[in-house]
Structure formats: C-alpha cells, structure tokens
Write a protein that binds this ligand. Structure first.
Ligand code: GKR
Ligand code: MG
Length: 424
C-alpha cells in the first residue's frame, strides 16, 4: 500500500469568549484536517493545529509523503524530521496556551498529525478499529470531564449571535454552566479553568460546585497563573475539595515545592510536555499526574510510551485538550482506550463547539454518561463530510485569524492588558 494523495485543509470554527490565564478566546478557533489516501482507495484522517507555523509544516509535508507505505511509521518520522529541519518555524507571540505554535514542538506536532492519519489508513485497510493498531481496547467507553470556563456572554464586536451558554462569572453562573453540561452529557467529574479572575473568587466557585455536586470529582486549572504563595493560600482554602490541583503555579521547581508543602496531587499539561521535562519532574517530584496530549507528545504511540513511563514511576495519567473537533476526539478516545493506567477522566473542549460546525458525517459525536464510545467500525470510526469541510475552510479564509492569540483578543476589551506571569 502506498500514499497517493495528502491534503491538508485549514478550517476555522466558532469559539465562545472563554476566559483563561492569557486572556480570552478569539471568535474562531483554527484547526487543520488531514486526508491521506492510499493507492487501494482508503483515506485516513487526522486533525491538528491550524495556526500558521504548524500549518506551514503540514503543507510542506503534503508532497513529501507521497509514495510512503502507511505502515512504515518510522520512515514517516524521519521524513517529517527532514522537513521540519528545513522549515524552522517561529513561535507565534501571545499564544502561550496554544502548543501548536511552539517551535520546540514542531516535529512532534507534525509527526502526530500524520501518524493519526497513517494509523487510520492502516486500520481501514484491515477493516479493524484504529485501537487495534495500538494493541487493542482495554475499555470501549472512555470517560471525559465537564470542562467549565469563566466566560462573557458574547464576543466584543461579535461576528455572530451570542452562544447559548450565556455569561459565567459568578458562583451561581458557574454552577448553572456545570448543571447544563452534566444534564446534557452525564459527566462524572468537573474541571474549572481558572487563572482568569481573582483566585479567591475562583476558589469560591469550586466550593459552590462541591456543594452543588458533592458526588463529582473536582479539579481547578489556573494554567500556572498563581504564584507559589497564592497556590499555597488557595490550597488551604480549597481544603481537600480536589481530585487534583492542575498547574496552579509555574515551573517544575514551583510545583515540586507546592507538592512538598501540601502533599496534594498535582497534575500538569504545562511543566511536563516532553520526555526531558518528564525526567526532570521525576527527579524533583514536581507532578503526580501527567496530562498527555497526542497532538504534541508525538502521536498515539508516543502517548502510550508516556503512559508506560507514568506507570513505571508511579504517576497517574489522563488527557489534556485544546479546542478541537471530532477527529481529534476519536483519536484521543482510541488511544485512551488502549492505555491500561488511564487513571482520571480526560479533558475535552468538545461541548464548546457548535452543533452545525462538525466536519464528520452525522454531526457532533455523542457523549453519553460522560463517556465517548469506540465501536468496531474501521479506523477512527468517522467519515469526513466534504461539504462541512468546505464551509469551515471558507470560514478560515474569511475570519482573518492565522494564529491563536488570546492576549491580543483581551486587549480589544482592555487596551492596557499585558502578559504578567504569574498574574496573582
Ligand atoms: O482553551 O483556554 C483554553 C485552555 O486554557 C487551553 O488553552 C489549555 O491548553 O485546556 C488547556 C489546559 O488544560 O491547560
Ligand atoms: Mg491544563
């Protein structure tokens, strides 16, 4: 089997005004949708970052992958490495929370984007689910958490009508957001994205969630926007409410000291983002749970390696997410289904994306009882809807955004907004 066509299509879809440690989401999130076709008529799918630096590499690779055997992933990695060495990308400014724009992750990002499509192609040609290319499923239902955000009711100068979620700033509004998400999707655990408002207020919201959902597991994630002193103070206020404390404070040293002083389980998608940081984290005992993300950890098989490393060093493992659509959701679900030590419900932004903006046939994938299911359908189990792809590509062309920048977007609301890390 040989690759005869590779198509990378950048898309943009509506994204709500979600607040975070950098600023606020822009009205559109960017992704790329990848199709890899083989000479015997199968098409493998992938989804990755659509920010300009990541896209430039993916587009360079389109021609270079023609003729490769989709089973030879080691050759794929070598080919990607050659192209990445040629196209040295610049990191986009103001995009700290968009790993697709980090130059240091260029190789693992680009490899991952195509590895998923190659694995999908392998699986389709064998008429097996993709998870069988990863050693087979240990579970068919993968749990995800309700991922809450503080948010405004609508974007400044919004190019489209307000979303149905409404404003979420107060405790009552955050509890209402959690209730809608849980009623709709059945999530059993809740994550609150923090680092955006006063820490005391964010902690009060966690406590309000605890009162409203006493049976649910809770996490808070300030994206490293709290100093060590603030993180210690908030740990006291949180008073045992948490399943884990996610990236409260920046740096491996800060996290290590926080764990030493509180004993709380700390999770991260910020201080352990590659195997070198993993090694340093183990030496310092900085984190106890690693949130994997195949998009920048180097694909589905490297995510399995990461999970095996976590098992070796007695760490928990779960999954991080950025704004994404269904192809990424299914890739996350297939790898999560294959990981023996998946110890926590995974993160996903999926509920935040609009019903009419999915690129797969049949529209948005169901999340039932907080879980996404994998079936025996071949590959990732989803088919591309070319009409939808075309619509979201047009939106990419017209939206004017080429790299995520939550700082610049916040400056439209508050011209004096600056990046200060940690802010609190
Ligand atoms: O989308 O605002 C966001 C999140 O803050 C995202 O950028 C983070 O990468 O979800 C992520 C996280 O868990 O840190
Ligand atoms: Mg996080």
């Amino acid at each position: 089997m040989k690759v005869v066509r590779v198509t990378v299509t950048p898309i943009a879809f509506r994204d709500p005004p979600l607040l975070n440690a950098s600023g606020i989401h822009e009205p559109y999130a960017l992704r790329s949708i990848i199709e890899v076709e083989s000479d015997n008529g199968y098409v493998g799918l992938g989804e990755s970052y659509g920010d300009a630096p990541a896209l430039a590499i993916q587009q360079q690779l389109q021609q270079e992958l023609i003729g490769l055997d989709p089973f030879k992933l080691n050759i794929l990695r070598e080919t990607v490495a050659r192209v990445v060495a040629r196209v040295t990308p610049a990191s986009a400014a103001g995009a700290e929370l968009a790993p697709g724009s980090h130059a240091s992750k260029a190789l693992s990002n680009a490899y991952s984007a195509f590895e998923v499509a190659f694995l999908d192609l392998q699986a389709r040609s064998l008429n097996r689910p993709l998870v069988d290319m990863l050693g087979g499923a240990l579970r068919t239902e993968v749990p995800f958490s309700a991922y809450l955000f503080f948010k405004y009711a609508e974007h400044i100068d919004s190019p489209y009508p307000p979303d149905a979620w409404g404003e979420a700033i107060s405790e009552e509004q955050i509890v209402a957001q959690a209730k809608s998400m849980i009623d709709r999707y059945g999530f059993k655990s809740i994550k609150l994205k923090a680092g955006a408002l006063e820490p005391e207020h964010e902690v009060s919201c966690v406590k309000a969630l605890k009162r409203a959902f006493p049976q649910h597991q809770l996490r808070i994630d300030p994206n490293g926007n709290w100093s060590l002193a603030t993180s210690l103070r908030m740990a006291k206020l949180l008073d045992g409410c948490l399943e884990y404390y996610e990236d409260p404070t920046p740096g491996l040293e800060g996290m290590s000291e926080l764990h030493r002083q509180t004993g709380l389980p700390l999770a991260t998608n910020m201080v352990v983002t590659d195997f070198d940081e993993f090694r340093r984290s183990v030496a310092l005992n900085s984190v106890q749970i690693v949130l994997a993300d195949h998009h920048y950890w180097g694909g589905l098989r490297d995510t399995q390696t990461l999970a095996a490393m976590c098992a070796t060093f007695g760490l928990g493992v779960s999954m991080h997410s950025n704004s994404h659509l269904g192809i990424s959701l299914m890739a996350m679900t297939h790898v999560a289904a294959s990981v023996p030590n998946l110890s926590y419900a995974c993160d996903t932004h999926y509920p935040w994306q609009e019903e009419d903006e999915e690129v797969i046939k049949g529209g948005k994938l169901p999340i039932v009882d907080g879980c996404v299911r994998i079936t025996e359908a071949p590959g990732l189990g989803v088919e591309l809807d070319h009409e939808q792809l075309g619509k979201l590509h047009e939106q990419f062309l017209s939206c004017g955004i080429r790299a995520r920048n939550d700082v610049r977007q916040m400056q439209r609301y508050r011209p004096d907004w600056e990046t200060v890390k940690p802010r609190y």
